[in-house]
Every structure is written in structure tokens, then in C-alpha cells.
Design a protein around this ligand. Structure first.
Ligand code: PLP
Length: 304
């Protein structure tokens, strides 16, 4: 038994018609805590519990924190999530719904994270949102499921924040013998830390995050994500916030699933039939999901 579920893999009629290609959707928005994150975080939590952890600590007010809260509740392990003062009421409510202890501390994530680190005792496990081999190993199950389904895509489109999802998906491609399948790594303008790393030839720290796609807002990607860019065909793609928001609205109309702009960024590549897709006919889009948006907020940010 795992904490994540095997999610549907469907061919999108609307997106296939728009692009003139087969567009397949891996619907990780349907994971119980709302995003793919439970794959890796579930794997890490189960491992840390087996090693004797008595509490899980997170400093994410987003989908990583939600996944830790969900995993802790399912495993019967108490969870503490430290979030900054900027965290929305909705995010705090979602965490409390999963019975996590929510501590508000610090003006920014840096300070909340520092406080979270100071709480960690010898029997606590800290769950990083994207930089942990146990996370990548868990995220790789997404590709195992596609492999078992019997579909070999000729390209994979996914979103990149800190690069945990991408590191896991590429690990999954390799462990299933698909090391030739290229990956399109999508970010929004103002959160493009992977794009900056590829350009510089090493990981770099962005001065600030200006995109509304908060789940992509890691200032620096993990080293592993950068390393993969040298060992696997990975193409960086940057889309605007507005493209991501519009994709969220269209996806809700087309597939009746609400996702965050972080996920809309990948969907935008398909909705806009981006030139990058030109040579591909069987495209897998990772619908990574996200539980922190409402449709009112998305419409509002998109100016209507
Ligand atoms: C965390 C997250 C991402 C980015 O994943 P990384 O592993 O940080 O690259 C993208 N979309 C959603 C919805 C997320 O929760």
C-alpha cells in the first residue's frame, strides 16, 4: 500500500484537437492532497517512520506541507508545519483540516524555515519540498504507471519549481528504459530558476520571485535537477503568468478539474501548441495539480 494513488491517464480530446497531436494527461491533480507531491513525500514519510521518526516537520504552506500533513494523518504521526505570516487563511485551513499543527512564524519563508529547523529534535524528520532522493524515488512512480499502461510518449511536459518533480520523472524514465524521451521543463517568467541555471551553466539564486505561480517559486533549483539537464534531453520553456492562468481556466472548462497556475504553465504549452512541440506526436503532460487556488482567485488574477 502507498499513500499516493494510481492516477488516471487519459487522452485529452480538446488538447489533441488544438495541437493536432495525441496529448495524454497524467492526472495527478486527483491525488488525495491535490498534487503529485504525495508520491515523493509519502515515500519519504514512510521511510522516516520506519527509521523511527516520531514527528514530521515542514515549512511549506503549499502543496508540500499539505502532502506532509496528509501523510502524517494517514500514518498516525503528528505533523508540525511552520508557515510565514504571508500564508493565506485558505492554506492554513487546508493544513488544519489534515490535523497538522500550524505555527505562524516569520515575515518570509526563509524565516519560517529557519524557525522550523530550530524545532527539529532527534526524533523528528524534516521533509524538504523538493531536494531529497526519497522524494525523487517516489515521484518516479508516476512514470512507472505510464509504463505499465503501455504508452510510450515521445515527449514529456512538466512544471519545474525546485526541480523535485522533474528529477523524479527523469529517474522514472531511466528506470523504465526510456532515457531517450525528452522532457520539456516549464516555468513562468519570474520563477524561472531552472532556466537561469541552464543559461549560467550552474544553479543560481534568483533575487526574487515575481510570478503568481507560487508553487514554482523556488529561488534556486536543486543540484540534481541541474545535473539531469546534462545527462538527459531536457528543454527549458518559460511561459507568462497570463498564459498559465488562461490555461487553468480552459482546463477547468475542458476537463472539469481546477489546477494551480503552477500546473497551468505546463498546460499552456499544449493549449498554445508551442513551437517546441513541433516534432512530437504523442505528448504526455504531467497534470501536477495544486490545491491552493480557487477559481475566483484565478479569474481575478487573470483580470476578469
Ligand atoms: C511543488 C509543485 C510544483 C513544482 O515541483 P518541484 O518539485 O518543486 O519542481 C509544480 N506544481 C505544483 C502544483 C506543485 O505543488
Amino acid at each position: 500500500m502507498t499513500l499516493h494513488i494510481e492516477t488516471p491517464l487519459i487522452e485529452s480530446s480538446p488538447l489533441s484537437v488544438i495541437t493536432g497531436r495525441s496529448v495524454w494527461l497524467k492526472l495527478d491533480a486527483l491525488q488525495p492532497p491535490g498534487s503529485f507531491k504525495i508520491r515523493g513525500i509519502g515515500n519519504a514519510c514512510e521511510t522516516y517512520l520506519a527509521r523511527g521518526a516520531c514527528r514530521f516537520v515542514s515549512s511549506s504552506g503549499g502543496n508540500a506541507g499539505l502532502a506532509v500533513a496528509y501523510a502524517g494523518r494517514r500514518l498516525g504521526v503528528p505533523v508540525t508545519v511552520v508557515v510565514p505570516e504571508t500564508t493565506t487563511e485558505r492554506a492554513k485551513e487546508l493544513l488544519q483540516l489534515e490535523k497538522a499543527e500550524v505555527i505562524v512564524n516569520g515575515a518570509s519563508w526563509q524565516e519560517a524555515n529557519a524557525f522550523a529547523q530550530s524545532l527539529i529534535g532527534t526524533s523528528d524528520a524534516f521533509l524538504h519540498p523538493f531536494d531529497d532522493p526519497l522524494l525523487w524515488q517516489g515521484h518516479a512512480t508516476l512514470i512507472d504507471e505510464v509504463f505499465r499502461f503501455g504508452l510510450k510518449p515521445d515527449a514529456v511536459v512538466l512544471s519545474v519549481g525546485g526541480g523535485g518533480l522533474m528529477s523524479g520523472v527523469v529517474e522514472g524514465l531511466h528506470r523504465n528504459g526510456w532515457s531517450d524521451v525528452p522532457v520539456f521543463a516549464v516555468e513562468t517568467t519570474g520563477a524561472a530558476s531552472f532556466h537561469a541555471a541552464v543559461k549560467a551553466g550552474h544553479t543560481v539564486e534568483l533575487e526574487q520571485i515575481t510570478s503568481i505561480a507560487t508553487s514554482l517559486g523556488a529561488k534556486r533549483v536543486c543540484e540534481k535537477a541541474f545535473q539531469w539537464s546534462r545527462q538527459h534531453p531536457i528543454h527549458s520553456v518559460v511561459v507568462s503568468d497570463q498564459s498559465a492562468l488562461t490555461a487553468c481556466e480552459r482546463f477547468l472548462d475542458d476537463h472539469r478539474i481546477l489546477v494551480e497556475p503552477a500546473c497551468g504553465a505546463s498546460l499552456a504549452v499544449a493549449y498554445e501548441n508551442a513551437p517546441e512541440l513541433e516534432n512530437f506526436s504523442n505528448i504526455l503532460v504531467v497534470v501536477c495539480g495544486g490545491a491552493t487556488s480557487t477559481i475566483d482567485q484565478i479569474r481575478d488574477l487573470n483580470g476578469h
